[in-house]
Design a protein around this ligand. Structure first.
Ligand code: ZN
Length: 350
């Protein structure tokens, strides 16, 4: 829903009573101020950017910017959406999909390129395209043939109530940096039903008998676990019709990756208060899987699988499958290049 729309009318001028939520910068941009120096804005944020709203004081909204820094923004320069009420329907049988509030997170972005395929395909770009296809499916009604998995336009499954992208349309073609705390605070701020972080993998253990898809869930969240199992089922169903010299990890499946203290290793999962998953669809580091990821057909298949899994998560009690027991992880993480610099994208001068 709240994607960039420069032609949209100016936002309401009435100050909201809610103190948490998310916002979209209105046409023309919005000035961001540091919490403790109110005289000069540090950036005029680009129209269409989204920010999590963590609090409110008068006509100011307290936000977290893309670089994980707190900031203040004037209410009349943004379109504010309050958090989903705690009393709204929970995922499960009998819930309509038009209640769903989903955050779609394309992994990496900007100088954080993620994994790179042997032919040079960048994970950050593939993840973004799959995320956009997923968002597009979520934002309009469909009919699913659950026997074949086919998704038809229009029909009984309504559009999701709200879909938020952590890298929204707007500046730099959405090829922008976004911190892990920013991404999870957006999901928490809007009180999303689910935060789905889309990635592709590298460094497999070796050849694998079929797609080596992995979905990580939060160690303490049964809803995150259920969603991971549903996504794994739908990815396996979808990807098994493609040919590749598949590779994988010995423990491919739906699983946790925890530290020796029992906490989730990955920040997206550890920092999020709402059910969150990290999806590692296939191995971009493997030439034949990279070649698949370079096709529209395969990217759409990835998005179709995520869409069906989210519909099942929100509207059924299906438990999911493919869960794998894991030991605490003591290796080193290869999660893409560390971010060196971060800048909030600025509105161009007229
Ligand atoms: Zn990644």
């Amino acid at each position: 829903m709240p994607e960039a729309d420069p032609a949209a009318p100016p936002p309401d001028t009435e100050v909201p009573t809610a103190t948490r939520g998310a916002l979209v910068v209105a046409a023309g941009g919005a000035d961001l101020y540091r919490q403790d120096e109110d005289d000069e804005p540090y950036v005029r944020a680009h129209e269409g950017l989204t920010f999590p709203v963590t609090g409110r004081s008068g006509e100011w909204l307290e936000v977290l910017d893309q670089c994980d820094d707190p900031a203040l923004v004037r209410f009349d320069e943004v379109a504010f959406t309050p958090a989903r009420p705690a009393t709204s329907p929970a995922p499960g049988a009998g819930t309509s999909f038009d209640e769903a509030v989903i955050v779609v997170d394309p992994g990496h972005g900007g100088p954080n390129i993620g994994a790179v395929g042997p032919a040079g395909l960048l994970e950050k770009e593939v993840n973004l395209d799959i995320a956009r296809r997923t968002r597009d499916l979520l934002e309009s009604p469909h009919t699913v043939d659950w026997e074949t998995g086919e998704i038809l336009t229009g029909g009984e499954i309504p559009a999701a109530g709200q879909v938020w992208m952590t890298r929204p349309e707007g500046p730099a073609g959405a090829d922008i940096e976004a911190g892990l705390t920013f991404r999870t605070t957006l999901a928490d701020g809007i009180n999303a039903h689910a935060l789905v972080s889309i990635h592709n993998n590298a460094a497999p253990d070796g050849p694998y008998d079929g797609p080596g898809s992995e979905v990580y869930h939060q160690v303490t969240s049964t809803e995150s676990q259920r969603l991971s199992g549903l996504i794994l089922e739908e990815l396996r169903r979808e990807f098994s019709r493609f040919e590749a010299d598949w590779v994988g990890d010995d423990d491919a499946g739906a699983k946790v990756r925890i530290r020796e203290d029992g906490a989730d290793i990955y920040g997206i999962l550890r920092l999020s208060d709402v059910p969150a998953v990290i999806v590692e669809g296939v191995f971009i580091s493997n030439a034949t899987e990279e070649a698949l990821l370079d096709t529209i057909e395969f990217r759409q298949a990835y998005a179709d699988a995520l869409y069906r899994a989210l519909v099942r998560f929100m509207t059924t009690d299906d438990p999911g499958s493919g869960f794998i027991e894991t030991d605490p992880f003591t290796g080193s993480l290869s999660s893409g290049a560390p971010v060196q610099t971060c800048m909030v994208p600025a509105q161009p001068e007229d």
